[in-house]
Design a protein around this ligand. Structure first.
Ligand code: GLU
Length: 485
């Protein structure tokens, strides 16, 4: 077999949606798994949907996620141009459309809006579309020439017979056969001279030597029409792989409303790129041993496209959060710190040792915005209930806590070195002298200095960050609360 060539063919219409990123990822993995080439083609023929800056988002995202293309608008591989509007200027689409007209597989259509408005309509996948009645197929050669000479606006339509069936093969769905009468004479070239996606994808995939076409299954129903075009030209049909739908938690198509439908949304929500890519790889694919954590390199090694599922994939933000947490735990501290710093700065007053706090939270958060909730007590002691001093396992209650806090206060007042180690030493000495368990002493102290049931670190580590003055203030406050309870 010839070298595998896949392409990512985004339309520059805005953000990078999770579904788009998954297509890019799978196309990249399928090519790289076999040592093939991954190409980028910009599909900008729909001028109405074009969004300024969207092409930059595509480049930026591919680079950031490591889906490095071997060929594209910025990397010539001999199959250019790689932007459809530039390809159009070469006349390629019109040339092939005319070839189809000569073969009787396509025809000029001069129907105006008024006439099209009178056609029968049908609802297909929730959208109302009008069924073209082949009116212009029957125009004589002279009529067509006269219309063209008069500069009458036209489109070029595919000519699909009313009888017979068309079969195409998808690697996941197998053979699919449809009645030709169900296929409409779709437009290949629009009045503005641009090709439609429906036509351009065929011409481009063939002329750019693409072997595997990977795309969302919203294209499944149009694929018979594409196969008819390949056959009409006598071209080899590429391997088709249509990917399952991605839904939200409510099993509805993942949409903007979910709040996490694009790569940019996820980055803003504090997810890291590697976790996002890893998670997206599992939206419709699984490895044989159901392993879940993969680097991009490991995905390249394991990615067998035959294991792509046909069932819809649910985008589960809880699972992504878990996965992101695993990536944070495994991350080098310096990298973690660099990414966590802005969140720490926002959550904490100046003057605290942010590096130490970062080390405390590294294994306790799933996404960076969780930092705020973990460290808020450093900024100010929260309101808390004295009931928190009572802990069954630590064998503490209000009375024991009051006693402990009153006894350690003078020790901590006399203590000059507020490093974690030094504090731990003096408090351990006190524990030993008292002949009790560690928790019996540390629990009330930690409660007093944090006001929280759960903290990212123990009492002495917290006091080290707070410093002597603030630690004592909080312990005195605890004593006062316990005395008044
Ligand atoms: N331009 C199409 C899209 O963004 C590409 C579909 C395909 O991969 O063929 O949906």
């Amino acid at each position: 077999m010839s070298k595998i060539r896949t392409r990512y063919a985004p339309s520059p219409t805005g953000k990078m949606h999770v579904g788009n990123l998954r297509s890019a990822l799978y196309e990249f993995l399928i090519a790289k798994h076999e040592g093939g080439d991954f190409m980028l083609r910009i599909e900008d023929t729909d001028q109405e949907r074009f969004v300024e800056g969207a092409t930059e988002i595509i480049y930026r995202t591919l680079e950031k996620t490591g889906l490095i293309h071997d060929e594209g608008p910025d990397k010539d591989g001999g199959y250019g141009p790689y932007v459809q509007s530039e390809r159009m200027k070469t006349g390629i689409y019109m040339k092939y459309a005319k070839e189809l007209i000569d073969k009787g597989e396509a025809y000029y259509c001069f129907c105006d809006k008024e006439r099209l408005a009178t056609l029968k309509t049908e609802v297909v996948e929730g959208k109302e579309i009008s069924i073209y009645d082949k009116h212009c197929l029957h125009l004589s050669k002279e009529e067509i020439e006269a219309n063209l000479a008069a500069g009458k606006p036209f489109v070029i339509r595919q000519n699909i017979p009313n009888e017979g069936t068309t079969t195409f093969h998808d690697e996941l769905y197998g053979d699919i056969t449809v009645e030709n009468s169900e296929l409409d004479d779709m437009i290949l070239i629009k009045t503005d001279g641009y090709p439609t996606y429906n036509f351009a994808n065929v011409v481009d995939d063939h002329t750019m030597n693409i072997t595997h076409v990977v795309r969302g299954n919203e294209y499944l129903s149009s694929s018979p029409k594409y196969v008819r075009l390949y056959d009409a030209f006598g071209w080899q049909v590429p391997v088709y792989i249509h990917l399952p739908l991605i839904t939200d938690e409510n099993h509805k198509k993942l949409s903007k409303r979910s709040g996490h439908s694009s790569f940019e949304d996820l980055l803003e929500q504090g997810f890291v790129t590697e976790a996002i890519v890893n998670y997206i790889a599992l939206l419709g694919w699984s490895s044989e041993d159901n392993r879940e954590i993969f680097s991009l390199q490991e995905l390249i090694e394991c990615f067998d496209y035959h294991r792509i599922s046909k069932s819809p994939a649910v985008f589960d933000i809880v699972k992504l959060r878990w996965m992101n947490g695993e990536y944070l735990k495994a991350m080098e501290f310096d990298t973690f710190y660099e990414m966590a710093e802005p969140y720490l700065k926002e959550a904490l007053p100046e003057g605290l040792d942010l590096k130490k706090i970062a080390a405390m939270v590294k294994t306790r958060i799933e996404v960076f915005p969780d930092i705020a909730g973990q460290v808020d007590f450093f900024r100010a002691l929260p309101e808390y209930d004295v009931a928190m001093y009572t802990h069954k396992k630590m064998k503490t209650d209000s009375a024991s806590s009051l006693e402990v806090l009153q006894e350690v206060l003078p020790i901590l007042e006399a203590q000059e070195d507020y490093s974690n180690d030094a504090l731990y030493r003096v408090l351990s000495a006190y524990v030993e002298q008292k002949g009790c368990k560690n928790g019996y002493v540390m629990w009330p102290i930690r409660t007093a200095v944090s006001g929280k049931q759960m903290t990212p670190a123990g009492a002495t580590e917290i006091m080290e960050i707070l410093g002597k003055e603030e630690s004592l203030k909080r312990i005195r406050k605890g004593i006062e609360m316990l005395q008044n309870a």
